[in-house]
Design a protein around this ligand. Structure first.
Ligand code: BGC
Length: 391
């Protein structure tokens, strides 16, 4: 019951915060309208643009495409959010007068490298890249730099490459602190006696964001682990132990199957699970449904994927950090436009993200959390989803 009062209070604060966000959505598309991710990549988006190099410019641009060709490289269609990111970017760039070469790489690093090579040789004037593995694009981005093609790292920082001009993302550390604080407040860790059992799960080690998410959450939770108020029965607390290759739901689920079998199959309660995003939270929820009979734990997530929002409504996930992909797209389009017009892109952080070659000027959007108390305002009233999407 205490949890409900707290979450209600937090929700009020949250709705106030959502008004801050990052940039407007005037040109936003409704992600709920995005078709469900296809199992394999859609051929239309995989196809290289018809014209390449100089011809791309000479060819009559699609309506409003006179701003030039922009390459947008996304990691995979398997996760809902990247479909939304891709279609929002495409729509907003077209509206701003650019042509768009949008590619998805099936979470395969070599495919992403080839797609970026093609973008450069096809005459893209600027690249927006959400990397699969932040450390694997150095060589191809050196080619971009050589060809004078600026690069914006989208959502995930690209490491060890001096070809990256800017970075646009949500405040990844804050995503983690919001999750940690949600658990702290839901369990009332400041006042309750405890101890409470918690388990931890985070993302792909090749994704620079994962360490920010985990680090932010652990900065909130670690003091309670140190004092014994939170107990991690599995003993798995390091980033490496809690990582999930490719953020895969199946990997998250099988790790949790093992954790539950060893620690919580005798009626011991699991009070909370820190999951860094929705694909891992889904694996945890699946595992709990199959193996766990105790009281349902507080379970965090991120992205407000439809499956997780449905779980939230059904009481199987407590919260999900909401990162409005329309706002990130809006911000990146502003960056693209500024660079293409020869100016400096708008940034609001010049300290946090060093990619190994120096600090990359960044624009950080503010994440907020959604839960069962506020999801209607955040997700439906804002046009992000329709009621029907969540049924
Ligand atoms: C993104 C998250 C996403 C995760 C898995 C991260 O880089 O910031 O929003 O859940 O990748 O795709």
């Amino acid at each position: 019951m205490k949890r409900k009062v707290l979450t209600a209070l937090l929700s009020v604060a949250m709705v106030a915060t959502m008004l801050v966000g990052c940039g407007g959505n005037d040109s936003a598309q409704t992600p709920g309208e995005t078709p469900a991710p296809a199992e394999s990549e859609a051929p239309a988006e995989d196809a290289a643009p018809a014209e390449g190099g100089e011809d791309a410019e000479a060819a009559a641009p699609a309506a409003g495409g006179e701003g030039g060709l922009i390459g947008v490289a996304m990691p995979t269609k398997d996760l809902q959010r990247w479909n939304q990111d891709g279609s929002n970017m495409e729509a907003q760039l077209k509206e701003a007068g650019y042509e768009v070469d949008l590619q998805y790489a099936s979470n395969d690093i070599q495919t992403q490298v080839s797609q970026i090579e093609n973008m450069i040789s096809n005459g893209c004037k600027l690249l927006v890249v959400a990397s699969i593995d932040g450390d694997s694009l150095g060589t191809v981005l050196a080619q971009a730099k050589e060809a004078g093609v600026p690069v914006i790292a989208y959502d995930r920082l690209i490491m060890n490459s001096d070809a990256v001009s800017y970075y646009a993302t949500f405040d990844n550390y804050m995503v983690g602190t919001v999750q940690g604080e949600y658990i702290r407040d839901a369990l009332d860790l400041e006042n309750a006696e405890g101890p409470f059992n918690i388990e931890l799960i985070t993302g792909d080690p090749g994704d620079n964001n994962a360490r920010f998410f985990f680090g932010g959450a652990m900065d909130v939770l670690q003091p309670y682990i140190d004092s014994g108020k939170l107990v991690v029965k599995s003993g798995q607390t390091s980033f490496e132990e809690c990582a999930t290759a490719n953020w895969a739901t199946e990997a998250a689920q099988s790790r949790f199957d093992a954790i539950i079998a060893s620690n919580y199959s005798d009626g011991t309660n699991l009070d909370a699970v820190l999951a860094s995003n929705d694909s891992t939270a889904l694996g945890v929820a699946n595992s709990l449904a199959a193996n766990y009979t105790g009281e349902y734990p507080v379970l965090t997530g991120q992205d407000c994927d439809i499956a997780s929002v449905k779980n939230m409504i059904a009481g199987k996930q407590s919260m999900s950090v909401f990162k409005d992909t329309r706002d990130l797209a809006t911000q990146v389009v502003k960056m693209v436009d500024a660079i293409m017009k020869g100016g400096e892109a708008p940034v609001n952080d010049t300290e946090s993200y060093d990619n190994g070659t120096g600090v990359i000027p960044s624009y950080l959007c503010e994440p907020v959390f959604a839960d069962v108390n506020n999801y209607k305002e955040l997700l439906i009233d804002s046009g992000y989803y329709t009621e029907a999407d969540l049924q």
